[in-house]
Design a protein around this ligand. Structure first.
Ligand SMILES: [Fe+2]
Length: 215
């Protein structure tokens, strides 16, 4: 007695048809979960630029703020600040630029308005051009407080010459947040969008901020 062939033409046809059905019914891979559900993402709230955006950009503007040229900065707590930038449909902002700037561990900005006292080894400003995945990653300090403000990192998102967002990132659980007038002004939803924990992981301390812009 002969056994029936395992892969008959009709069985092959069924398999092909099944694969076609699966491909037709699954969400296309280029859609984010938000897009697939037809929901718009809420734009990240904007905040004031503050007085210390660099007057002149430093010679070194890369994503590692703990090395300024050949100098290495050793104060404070080193941290990765990372995340994604998308539009309200969840599409990564490929080609966009994320800039951050912040004070050194002693609370000084590289800015003449702050007396030019910042440590020259701390780069204080960095920028990243987003790839197709919309991801950014900076090596910097867990932000330090300075007089009158809770720890924060200033952030700008640009696309070509257009400024899409200026805001500030905060540290979850910092006791200064509740006393900070700009943090309090955000309200619960804005605070949730801009305040993240700095947590220790295999690569060291890290905080992740998802940013949504109207592009
Ligand atoms: Fe500031």
């Amino acid at each position: 007695m002969t056994r029936p062939p395992i892969d008959t033409p009709s069985r092959r046809a069924l398999l092909v048809r099944g694969a076609q059905l699966a491909a037709a019914t699954a969400a296309p891979v280029w859609l984010s979960p938000a897009q697939a559900q037809g929901q718009a993402l809420r734009p990240t709230p904007s905040q004031t630029e503050g007085p210390y955006y660099p007057v002149a950009l430093p010679a070194d503007t890369d994503a590692d703020l703990l090395r300024n040229g050949a100098a290495a900065y050793g104060k404070g707590q080193a941290a990765w600040v990372t995340g994604t930038v998308t539009d309200t449909r969840g599409t990564p902002l490929a080609g966009g630029v994320v800039e951050i700037w912040q004070c050194d561990q002693d609370g000084h900005y590289h800015h003449p308005g702050d007396g030019g006292r910042a440590d020259p080894a701390f780069q204080g400003f960095g920028k990243v051009t987003l790839g197709k995945d919309g991801r950014y990653r900076f090596r910097t300090l867990r932000p330090a407080p300075y007089s009158g403000r809770t720890p924060h990192i200033h952030v700008k998102v640009k696309l070509d010459r257009q400024e899409l967002l200026t805001t500030q990132f905060y540290v979850q659980g910092d006791p200064g947040n509740e006393r900070d007038f700009l943090w309090r002004r955000l309200g619960a939803e804005g605070q949730a969008a801009l305040t993240r924990p700095f947590v220790n992981g295999p690569d060291g301390m890290k905080a992740e901020y998802a940013v949504v812009v109207q592009a």
